[in-house]
Design a protein around this ligand. Structure first.
Ligand SMILES: C[S@@+](CC[C@H](N)C(=O)[O-])C[C@H]1O[C@@H](n2cnc3c(N)ncnc32)[C@H](O)[C@@H]1O
Length: 263
């Protein structure tokens, strides 16, 4: 990699961190991020249990934990959870939430692409909505492989937010129009829309994080038994109750998935 590219990557990481730091204040107010019903919580539990089994005290690392929504799901299942994020405003909220719910979850500030954790340290690594903004996914997946114990499992929950189906595109555009005239909720503060687009245009997955591409990179990084689960219907069904009709339709017709892989 030449020096100019290295410098521009460094800048991009800083921008991503700053972007999420600004999103932290309203993150947990939004359906699709925080969980707003026991039905939705149960649907998420089902997904994690299906791929990872019960926690039984096993150590789990929830990377890019944000306000710790996934960390709490893992804690519910009995994992011994460490949440890591590089945005302090997110971590502040994660710590406060765990304290308020009386949960014993450890939080670390750190970079998911370079965790500084030991070799073979965790039985499970999870992340939700991180991969689409990774700057160097292959080296990052190698890092996760290093940190997992042999036989340990990685579960990625993510989506392609660039290539949209026709229905998803129309639903999204109508929803944004309604939001402009105050008839629907904004997904993100309007001022951050341009920042989001600018970041998205420069990350590795600027053309969209397709599940198959993510799975191929995981195999290149040394993972085996890589499987893609597209069945997010139970989660989307329960989320729909907290979305407008159009937002629910947009979400249900996006390319969203869970990828599970083993070391
Ligand atoms: C969309 S939020 C998802 C938060 C959480 N995983 C969830 O699903 O509720 C993305 C999070 O990833 C974090 N993040 C992005 N890249 C990161 C990196 N390289 N290292 C650590 N955290 C990162 C951001 O700070 C932000 O908190």
């Amino acid at each position: 990699m030449d020096t100019a590219a290295a410098l521009s990557n460094h800048d991009l990481r800083d921008e991503i961190k700053a972007y999420w730091s600004q999103r932290a204040a309203t993150f947990d107010t939004q359906p699709g991020h925080e969980i707003f019903s026991e039905e939705e919580r149960a649907a998420w539990h089902q997904l994690f249990r299906k791929h990872l089994g019960e926690g039984a005290g096993r150590p789990a690392l929830d990377l890019a934990c944000g306000t710790a929504v996934v960390s709490h799901l893992l804690d519910d299942l009995g994992f011994k959870v460490t949440g890591m994020d590089w945005a302090e405003p997110m971590l502040e909220r994660a710590r406060a939430k765990a304290k308020q719910r009386n949960r014993s979850i450890r939080f670390l500030m750190g970079d998911a692409e370079n965790t500084m954790e030991g070799d073979n340290a965790y039985d499970v690594i999870t992340n939700r909505h991180l991969v689409w903004t990774l700057v160097d996914p292959l080296s990052c997946f190698r890092e996760w492989h290093r940190v997992l114990k042999p036989g340990g499992k990685l579960l990625i929950v993510d989506g392609d937010f660039v290539n949209k189906t026709l229905v998803s595109r129309i639903a999204g555009q109508l929803n944004r129009l309604l939001a402009k005239v105050g008839l629907a909720a904004e997904h993100r503060p309007p001022a951050l829309g341009e920042t989001h687009q600018s970041i998205l245009s420069r990350v590795y997955f600027s053309s969209g994080a397709r599940a198959d591409t993510v799975a191929d990179l995981l195999r290149q990084a040394g993972f085996s038994k890589v499987t893609v689960d597209y069945d997010m219907r139970a989660i989307h069904r329960t989320q729909r109750r907290n979305f407008s009709f159009l937002k629910g339709l947009e979400r249900a017709t996006q390319h969203r998935y869970a990828v599970c892989a083993e070391k």
